[in-house]
Unconditional design. Structure first.
Length: 155
């Protein structure tokens, strides 16, 4: 899938649910998706050359423009930075599989200092699954209040 509009539709489906993970070590965490998370999940923050993609309120506004059809995939794909997110867009449908019981692997208490070369990923948990052409990751970190932060998708 190479269509941002389809990605938004997929996201609406997964965001309609709250996901509760019961781990073998008796730890439990809950994950819910907010509308503003999609902007980062798709990597839209990287499209700096598109009008309206910067600023504080941009996240929700851009997603709403995509949902309403006012911002079509073709216009987004015109960004010179689009190749940097094309893999995210193409693999986004697999995000639902990461949220299904037993369909993925889980890293708990990810320690980026042990990754070589250095990783920028800052996460409490990483859900991941191998695909034919790579690995899809969904990283989850805790904010200052102890709540899980916006998830981040890596391919």
């Amino acid at each position: 899938m190479d269509d941002v509009v389809k990605c938004v539709e997929t996201y609406v489906e997964i965001a309609a649910n709250v996901y509760v993970f019961h781990l073998e070590n008796n730890e439990v965490f809950t994950l819910a998706f907010a509308e503003e998370h999609l902007f980062h999940l798709l990597g839209l923050h990287k499209l700096l050359d598109l009008e309206g993609f910067s600023g504080q309120k941009r996240k929700v506004q851009v997603i709403r423009r995509i949902k309403s059809g006012k911002l079509p995939h073709g216009q987004i794909a015109e960004s010179k930075f689009y190749p940097s997110i094309q893999s995210r867009v193409a693999h986004f449908p697999f995000i639902g599989e990461l949220l299904q019981l037993g369909a993925c692997n889980l890293v708990i208490d990810f320690d980026r200092s042990k990754v070589r070369p250095y990783s920028n990923i800052d996460a409490k948990y990483i859900l991941y699954r191998e695909l034919d052409d790579g690995i899809i990751h969904l990283t989850l970190a805790r904010d200052k209040q102890g709540e899980l932060r916006a998830p981040i998708l890596h391919i």
